[in-house]
Design a protein around this ligand. Structure first.
Ligand code: BES
Ligand code: ZN
Length: 664
């Protein structure tokens, strides 16, 4: 049974259906709903007389079972040891709680696959229950609070994570570049923090955190926080204890940890790049523009409040391009193109230091407030560093990606709305380019409407200042925007907020992009489409000589939108451009997809290699889907997936089981 089917929300919709039934069925239905409801409450540890908790879901966030509206977590202090043999984190979380409802007698937390041993407050042991697992939501943990009138109290939760915790990946030495030491890292966004720490796993609330982490002495521990001094060598000399503090209140999904045999290089006055030693020089080169990006971002957005900005280059199984963990962006090694051509991902994660990390979506239904703003800001940084035509070119590419995404998802798919309904949907399943690109297009539209960057950029700065350290929804953005531009209401009256927020499909406004950088891509694409293979090839290596990496990418992306290329054309293209040897992962990925689309057997081993060598979902999922769609490679897709599964993160496995039609 799905989580939704169990929730009182769907019980109440069942209730409305019953209104059409004969009276006896209606009464019977009501009774059974009441009994089922009480059984659910009893099971989850709620008391029968406390009717205020009849909805066990978080009223601010459909993706959380916690109840910060009753008692809210104000601070988290972690004391954990990393046990690489058992593949678990074990220790305690000390939660500082504040009663929102002065009559509250319980605190409700999120958890997923945690073993909770004991809960205490001072000397007192507290009663607690862990509710039945409700699918992707995990299990509510209900802790009975001590009888005290004090509105603030601390509880200590002793716990151990599961070896299959969805937030954590434990890599044996063989899965690392160095092959000698194990490695572990976390990825908490969207709702995986609950598998690492028992807390209120919702972006609606923010809290500072601190941590003491014990790990094998030869490894380094990093967190999304500021390290406190040198690690302490523990008594028997084989372990070290690291301390961290994140003073700025953050949402749970920004808690992050990585432990491995790591080295660092300074890349700027507030930045180091970290990775296994095999990548560290390359990473320092690749991300050398970091400080320039930070300064450009500060100029646009206001002061950078997080102190340090470090980058950790993870092992290849990291499932995302980048993750904006505060003080320490996590990045995939697939960004190491050798020519800085993929460093825009760093600009994106830097931009999150304001959009997402300071001003945060209240829940993942308003995810566009995080990602749409971040894409918009990322492109502003790009525009200042590389010129407006580059910004337009990038946005045009995004527009086409959005078109492609919406075609695949379906024009009427409600998940293509800017604001989505996640009452029954796992945020990981709702993830797509839509909040990124539809969101940034909306901001582009608003900028055009109010009279351009000179008006809109100061607005954005003031919006970040106004809502910093808060979590908001789309309506709060609307209200603030309308108030800021109240003297322009002739213009702002035209905004079709409901159409933008709540209707599926492509945006109702297409910006007029400067297409100067896209023109050559289009022309070369047309030349290939029009070429008749029975005539001599007019193509030569020089065709791409003046192309930026992003233009090569665009050229291939345009070909992907056409009918499949013939094998003859693909072979001719390889002979002319040597695309099989390109290091840039975006180009490599598109070139493989173009090959698979043209049923070119040459592309098969390259596809298998790419899905085996790295675990970034952006590449894995379409490549596996392509391999699956082609009958000749379907078995290869399934076998490769089975073989690679042990090296993949849970979130990627879940996505691929869906793509490969293996999900129940
Ligand atoms: N915060 C996201 C990654 C994320 C989103 C992880 C949702 C889990 C759930 C990050 O900032 C991101 O958007 N990364 C992109 C980078 C790109 C848009 C430049 C990625 O991973 O590809
Ligand atoms: Zn992002």
């Amino acid at each position: 049974m799905t989580a939704a089917a169990k929730s009182p929300r769907s019980s109440s919709s069942a209730f409305y259906h019953l209104l059409n039934y004969p009276k006896s069925a209606f009464i019977f239905g009501c009774l059974s709903i009441l009994i089922a409801g009480f059984a659910l409450l009893a099971h989850n540890g709620w008391s029968f007389n406390n009717m205020s908790v009849i909805n066990p879901k978080n009223p601010m966030d459909p993706s959380s079972l916690a109840r910060p509206d009753q008692v809210v977590v104000k601070d988290v202090f972690l004391q954990l040891e990393a046990d690489f043999k058992g593949q678990v984190l074990k220790g305690s979380a000390t939660l500082t709680l504040e009663k929102v409802d002065s009559k509250a007698t319980q605190v409700v937390l999120d958890s997923s696959d945690l073993s909770i041993g004991q809960v205490t407050s001072g000397d007192e042991e507290l009663k607690f229950t862990v509710g039945e697992k409700q699918g992707f939501l995990g299990s509510a943990v209900v802790i009975e609070l001590p009888k005290s009138t004090n509105p603030v109290l601390k509880v200590v939760v002793q716990y151990v994570t599961s070896p299959s915790a969805s937030a954590l990946q434990w890599l044996p030495p063989a899965q690392t570049a160095g092959k000698v030491h194990p490695y572990m890292f976390s990825q908490c966004q969207a709702i995986h923090c609950r598998s690492m720490v028992p807390l209120q796993d919702t972006p609606a609330i923010k809290m500072p955190y601190s941590a003491e982490i014990i790990a094998p002495a030869e490894l380094t521990v990093l967190m999304s926080a500021v390290p406190q001094g040198e690690p302490e060598l523990l008594a028997n000399g084989d372990k070290k204890k690291y301390k961290f503090v994140q003073k700025i209140p953050i949402q749970s999904y920004l808690i992050a940890i990585a432990i491995g045999k790591l080295e660092s290089r300074r890349i700027g006055p507030r930045s180091h790049v970290w990775s296994e030693k095999e990548f560290v020089e390359q990473a320092a080169f690749e991300f050398s523009q970091t400080e320039e990006m930070l300064q450009t971002a500060e100029d646009l957005n206001g002061p950078y409040v997080w102190g340090i900005y470090d980058i950790l280059v993870l092992p290849p199984s990291f499932p995302y391009g980048g993750m904006e963990n505060p003080c320490l962006t996590f990045a995939t090694p697939t960004l190491l193109a050798g020519d800085k051509s993929l460093a825009n991902v760093i600009a994106h994660e830097i931009a999150h230091s304001w959009t997402g990390n300071l001003v945060t979506n209240k829940n993942f239904e308003h995810f566009w407030l995080n990602e749409g703003f971040t894409v918009f800001a990322e492109r502003k940084i790009l525009g200042r560093m590389s010129g407006e035509p580059m910004r337009h070119f990038d946005a045009l590419g995004g527009w086409k990606e959005l078109q492609y995404t919406i075609d695949v998802m379906g024009q009427d798919n409600p998940l293509t709305n800017l604001v989505v309904d996640l009452s029954t949907v796992d945020p990981d399943d709702a993830f797509s380019k839509v909040p990124y690109e539809k969101g940034s297009t909306f901001l582009w539209y608003l900028e055009d409407l109010v009279g351009g960057a000179l008006k809109f950029e100061p607005f954005l700065k003031s919006y970040y200042e106004h809502f910093k350290f808060q979590a908001i929804d789309s309506n709060q953005f609307r209200t603030y925007f309308l108030d800021y531009f109240k003297d322009e209401n002739e213009k702002t009256n035209q905004i079709q907020w409901d159409a933008w927020f709540n209707t599926p499909g492509m945006p109702i406004y297409r910006p007029s992009f400067d297409e100067s950088l896209a023109k050559v891509c289009q022309e070369l694409k047309d030349k290939w489409i029009q070429w008749n293979e029975s005539t001599p090839s007019p193509f030569k290596a020089d065709d791409l000589k003046s192309f930026l990496a992003a233009q090569k990418e665009e050229f291939l992306a345009l070909l992907m939108l056409e009918d499949p290329l013939s094998v003859k054309k693909l072979e001719t293209m390889e002979a002319a451009y040597h695309l099989n040897d390109v290091n840039n992962c975006e180009i490599r990925y598109l070139w493989i997809r173009l090959g698979l689309k043209g049923k070119w057997t040459n592309a098969i081993p390259r596809a298998v290699q790419m899905v085996t060598e790295q675990g970034r979902m952006k590449y894995l999922r379409p490549l596996y889907r392509d391999l699956y769609a082609w009958e000749e490679t379907r078995t290869t897709a399934l076998k490769t997936f089975e073989a690679n599964k042990p090296n993949m993160m849970k979130v990627a496995i879940q996505g691929l089981e869906h793509d490969l039609k293996l999900a129940k």
